[in-house]
Design a protein around this ligand. Structure first.
Ligand SMILES: [Zn+2]
Ligand SMILES: [Zn+2]
Length: 452
């Protein structure tokens, strides 16, 4: 049994120091390496899937070290953070694993503070948030840094002083990621101000921070393009999401808006778009809706997403399959909708009004949906183009007569409600009538020969 108290030099635990670092520092300052039994216990504590094994390892470490900081117990035993798999699909559980027998350092920090930070053990902390440099996991000789082979005075087995290693500047996104983690990890980082980390806080606790990261990973994977892939190549995941952590969560929403606009920029004169099965925008909206239902996602992020989704939402047949064109700004969408509503008023003489309510939920068969939505979107877009031309009403007489009776108060509704009402009616009618209306509006519209 190796007890720290039995060694002549007994360094005291430093606030924010890692457990592995503290053990190593103790043995190294007495001229030893970490004994194998303790090195094994440390690895087990960090990575064992069995709670029983982790508790056993913990007890052994506590006996040797004396008191160990409580936040370690919280992290590795109680919260079982390492293996609590976030409730997101498609991720292997190993992605959360912290470093085990190996370690990473910021040579400048080690030089200045003389110890290894607990923060550096956490997954995705690949940069020093104080010096904005990459953490180093390898000596210049090529050897991976490993507690059990570390020699006294931060010396590699090749003889190099690890504190003298030079680290490359880290990309801003990696530093952002480290700052986000530091904000909720509960580990002290000397020289790092609270205001610096708070700006990048994405959640209340560490676990939730990682849940957000795993969701972000899926989201950004959905949004990346072929060009992004070429540019990023095999770069690790945090490189991709760190950039959206600035001005959280507004920065993320702006990024999503930018990407989805780019996808639909060719349709910029349309009011509506039909999102086919497996389209990227549909997948993206599904992930956003998923976040709305997930309690691990903090309220502020859910609210920001809700606003974004509401903006595009087209209610009839809630399905993510037709949305208001994401390439249009909110006010452009409103203007176009209002334009149709005004223009619709000029068709009233030929239309049949009713006092009944239009049903809010319409059920269609899955195989019918695609065609029904496709035709409905085309009709709404033709109406939108026609509405821009005040002289077009006359040409739509037959169309107006064939349109089903609609609520007399429709014209006083908000523009969005009005357009949604038309959508409900289109989806609710028989497919033959819908086809017929489509023919009529192709005849009347200015796009008779266009293959729309
Ligand atoms: Zn540093
Ligand atoms: Zn070396």
């Amino acid at each position: 049994m190796h007890k720290l108290a039995d060694y002549p030099i007994r360094p005291s635990y430093q606030q924010g120091e890692s457990l592995g670092g503290f053990l190593s520092r103790h043995f190294c300052s007495n001229g030893h390496e970490i004994p194998k039994s303790l090195g094994d216990a440390l690895a087990k504590l960090y990575k064992s899937k069995l709670l029983k094994d982790r508790i056993e390892a913990w007890d052994l470490l506590c006996k040797s070290v004396g008191t160990v900081p409580e936040n370690y117990r919280r992290l590795w035993i109680e919260e079982q953070f390492t293996y609590s798999r976030p409730s997101f699909i498609g991720l292997d559980e190993h992605w959360q694993k912290p470093l085990t027998r190996q370690f990473r350092i910021c040579p400048q920090c080690v030089k200045k503070f003389g110890f290894h930070l607990a923060l550096w053990d956490l997954p995705f902390v690949l940069a020093c948030p104080t010096h904005n440099k990459f953490l180093i996991g390898r000596c210049d000789c090529g050897k991976v840094l490993c507690w059990k082979e570390l020699k006294p005075c931060w010396t590699c087995s090749c003889g190099s002083d690890l504190r003298q290693l030079s680290a490359d500047p880290a990309p801003r996104s990696l530093v952002n990621t480290a700052l986000s983690i530091a904000a909720t990890a509960g580990f002290h980082v000397p020289d790092l101000l609270k205001q610096q980390t708070e700006k990048f806080r994405v959640a209340d606790c560490l676990q939730s921070t990682y849940s957000i990261f795993s969701w972000l990973h899926l989201l950004l994977r959905e949004m990346r393009t072929y060009e992004d892939d070429k540019a990023f190549g095999a770069t690790p995941l945090p490189w991709r999401f760190g950039s959206v952590l600035s001005n959280w969560p507004g920065g993320l929403i702006r990024h999503i808006r930018h990407v989805i606009t780019r996808w639909h920029q060719d349709e910029h004169d349309e009011l509506m778009v039909h999102l086919p099965e497996k389209s990227r925008a549909k997948e993206l909206l599904l992930l956003l809706r998923y976040a709305l239902r997930t309690t691990a996602i903090p309220q502020n992020l859910r609210e920001a997403i809700q606003t974004f989704v509401n903006d595009l939402d087209f209610k009839p047949l809630a399905s993510n399959r037709w949305v208001l064109n994401p390439a249009l700004t909110t006010s452009q969408r409103e203007d176009k909708s209002r334009e149709i509503q005004c223009w619709w008023g000029t068709l009233l003489d030929w239309m049949e009004l009713s006092n009944m309510h239009v049903t809010q939920e319409t059920k269609l068969h899955d195989d019918l949906d695609q065609n029904a939505i496709d035709i409905s979107v085309k009709i709404l877009n033709i109406l939108s183009r026609a509405a821009a031309d005040p002289t077009s009403a006359q040409r739509f007489r037959r169309f107006a007569k064939a349109w089903p009776p609609y609520p007399a108060d429709a014209i006083t509704r908000s523009p969005k409600d009005f357009i949604e009402l038309l959508g409900h009616q289109l989806i609710g009618m028989s497919s033959s009538h819908r086809e017929y209306l489509y023919e009529l509006c192709l005849d009347a519209g200015e796009v008779k020969n266009a293959a729309r």
